[in-house]
Design a protein around this ligand. Structure first.
Ligand code: ZN
Ligand code: ZN
Length: 341
């Protein structure tokens, strides 16, 4: 290794003449480095979905444009940039990164992170963050929002996170993110009224608008309940990110014990789903994606309006980070400039 050939001078700093590799590269220049593990990057018409989700190992799914992480996994570097973490349940492969996420955001001068979580785990989560103070010497500033099914939280003006019901071995919820807009009433729109008339009506206290909710993305987290997928909003979300852990025929029992979805549950729900894209996550490592995809292609071919189904980890690729840039979309390994450049 070129790095090993260069020995720092006794004073600590590397003298200029020694600071370059034989190729002319300066070793004190921060190098680009790959993110581990490989993250999936899926481009939808509305936003990107960036994540890693393998059953029992790690689940973190980020939607950068919406400023959210669904679960945090072990908190890969890009996940730091989202101000909100929507935690579905406390299993460690979904939640381990929380203390790091909060602390590292503080360290990097970002505003305190906000964690939305099932109401039943708000206290233990708070306890663990406070326990960490024994190690770090202080409690990192943070915000925990306890959510029950049906509760809504405004992420930013017009962007709402709503908790929906799931069923798992520990307290759990799923999250639906809604784009909420105030639109002019259709009858008023038809009349093409000038602005000052509308303003007068509004001043008189007349309701001139109606609320339009557009469900953008639903994330189930871990669940065993097939009805999870067919709830209002979830089945209509433009993008549905659902778990589907078990695929083998003889693994139905396992799915029931671990309270996860088996592919047959997903198949049963499919005809009712209106999603533009269904992104399958949390697939067990033992599953061959090629086989799973074929099963899906055959099942969806029979539907009148077959949904687009993709596997999140199909899009896994090694991301490369330039120092100082936290959430890149570049998925191509950068070329190492040669000495002449
Ligand atoms: Zn899980
Ligand atoms: Zn779980």
């Amino acid at each position: 290794m070129a790095d090993e050939q260069i020995k720092p001078a006794a004073g600590g700093d590397i003298p200029k003449e020694q600071s370059a590799t034989p190729g002319g590269e300066h070793i004190h220049k921060p190098r680009e480095y790959p993110l581990v593990p490989a993250m999936a990057v899926v481009k939808t018409p509305y936003f990107h979905v960036v994540g890693y989700s393998v059953a029992g190992e790690e689940s973190v799914v980020q939607v950068p444009e919406l400023n959210i992480n669904f679960d945090i996994g072990k908190c890969p570097r890009p996940a730091l940039t989202a101000d909100f973490c929507l935690l579905t349940h406390g299993h460690i492969d979904h939640s381990a990164g929380i203390p790091y996420y909060l602390s590292q955001r503080f360290f990097q001068g970002m505003k305190p992170g906000t964690i939305l979580c099932p109401a039943k785990i708000a206290k233990p989560l708070s306890d663990i963050i406070h326990s960490w103070a024994g190690l770090e010497g202080k409690v990192t500033e943070h915000r925990i929002v306890a959510m029950n099914v049906g509760d809504e939280f405004e992420l930013r003006k017009g962007l709402i996170a709503r908790a929906f019901a799931t069923r798992h071995t520990v307290p759990s919820i799923g999250f639906l993110v809604i784009d909420r807009r105030e639109k002019l009433r259709a009858d008023l729109l038809e009349q093409n009224l000038p602005g000052h008339i509308l303003r007068e009506m509004k001043d008189r206290g007349e309701k001139i608008t109606y609320t339009l909710d557009v469900p953008m993305v639903a994330y189930t987290g871990d669940t065993c309940m097939a009805e999870t997928l067919t709830q209002d909003g979830v089945r209509d979300a433009k993008v549905l990110i659902t778990e589907c852990t078990f695929w083998e025929r003889d693994h139905r029992k396992r799915a029931a014990v671990g309270q996860h979805l088996h592919v047959t549950d997903l198949m049963a729900a499919l005809p009712e789903l209106r999603n533009e894209l269904i992104l399958i996550s949390h697939v067990s490592r033992r599953t061959h994606l090629k086989l799973a995809k074929r099963v899906f292609a055959e099942a969806t071919a029979k539907l009148a309006h077959p949904p687009k189904v993709e596997f999140l980890m199909d899009y896994a690729q090694r991301l490369w980070v330039k120092p100082g840039r936290a959430a890149p979309f570049a998925a191509v390994e950068p070329e190492i400039p040669d000495a002449a450049e």
